[in-house]
Design a protein around this ligand. Structure first.
Ligand SMILES: NC(=O)c1ccc[n+]([C@@H]2O[C@H](COP(=O)([O-])OP(=O)(O)OC[C@H]3O[C@@H](n4cnc5c(N)ncnc54)[C@H](OP(=O)(O)O)[C@@H]3O)[C@@H](O)[C@H]2O)c1
Length: 276
């Protein structure tokens, strides 16, 4: 599996997203994904599936050290003592003594960032996570988080797909040596995969539209994608994107699909006006 180097972390360029996956279906997909070559799994306390993800890892024959596992602390749990409790709870549910990456799931303007970042660093110092990072941080907040952190942040996980321009966040991540991890990389399978630029590249290359979009992600420097699927055959499809390349013209054509108001994940607690 191809990896992205990010401030000392080596992050497999394709990971399995697990939002909505639950119980046995989740465990089964995680262990199947590992069996077919995935080495990166993304979960969160909020997904309510950490126990199932942990069971899937345990059921697989892939050694724990070969797997890059991410979990996240929900935005209401960012006061230092809450962050600590949340992390310990995640590890208990996962049945593991550490994760590889611990992320702040969303920023929270009502909780001072300094205490949160210090607490995140403490989780790393205590060995509960190998690396730390953030998610859904616009560039201004990302700059503050980087400045406050003793250990380097290794990733900013953000919504990214060809409809959503993330040029500024991507540049900020690269400038800081961080990976940008794309969530909703397939636009949740919506109309994006019907776009002519994607369909025509897929038929030229003998690939599926999903593979073209995922290749578009990982062909950009420092970008990692974490597609989710409930179908075993798609696990294989979504990881089989390292034996072909998109041409510069194909990349440009797909970049041109950017359009306004294409963000899927907007909540009442999102940065809103603060997005780049
Ligand atoms: N940090 C955050 O705030 C945040 C927010 C959202 C998501 N995430 C993470 O990012 C992961 C991915 O995002 P997501 O799950 O929202 O969306 P996504 O991965 O863009 O899309 C998942 C959808 O695409 C379909 N799909 C998967 N592979 C396909 C393919 N090759 N061709 C056509 N359709 C395909 C799946 O359907 P089938 O099941 O039928 O295959 C599923 O409905 C999440 O699972 C989660 O781990 C993080």
């Amino acid at each position: 599996m191809h990896e992205v180097a990010a401030n000392g972390a080596r992050i497999p360029a394709i990971g399995l997203g697990t939002w909505t996956l639950k119980d046995d279906q989740c465990s089964d997909l995680v262990s199947h994904a590992l069996a077919v070559g995935y080495r990166h799994v993304d979960t969160a306390k909020m997904y309510d599936n950490e126990a199932a993800v942990g069971a899937g890892i345990k059921a697989s024959s892939v050694p724990r050290d070969d797997i890059f596992l991410t979990t996240k602390v929900w935005w209401t749990d960012l006061a230092p003592a809450d962050l600590e409790r949340s992390t310990e709870g995640s590890l208990k549910r996962l049945g593991l003594d550490h994760v590889d990456l611990l992320l702040i799931h969303w920023p929270n303007a009502r909780i001072p960032l300094e205490g949160t970042i210090k607490a995140l660093n403490r989780m790393r110092e205590r060995g509960l996570t190998r690396h730390i990072g953030v998610a859904n941080f616009p560039t201004r907040l990302l700059g503050e988080a980087i400045a406050l952190s003793d250990a380097p942040l290794v990733a900013n996980q953000v919504e990214y797909h060809p409809y959503l321009d993330q040029t500024k966040v991507h540049a900020a991540c690269r400038a800081a040596g961080m990976a940008m991890v794309s969530y909703c990389p397939l636009y949740r399978g919506g109309g994006l995969l019907e776009e002519e630029a994607i369909r025509s590249a897929a038929s030229r290359l003998g690939k599926t539209p999903g593979q073209v979009v995922l290749r578009w992600h990982v062909q950009q420097e420092g970008v990692v994608a974490i597609p989710r699927t409930t179908r075993k055959e798609r696990l294989v499809e979504n990881a089989a994107i390292f034996d072909f390349q998109l041409s510069d013209a194909e990349m440009t054509e797909i970049n041109a699909l950017t359009k306004a108001n294409s963000r899927i994940c907007e909540h009442d607690f999102s940065p809103g006006e603060g997005w780049d």
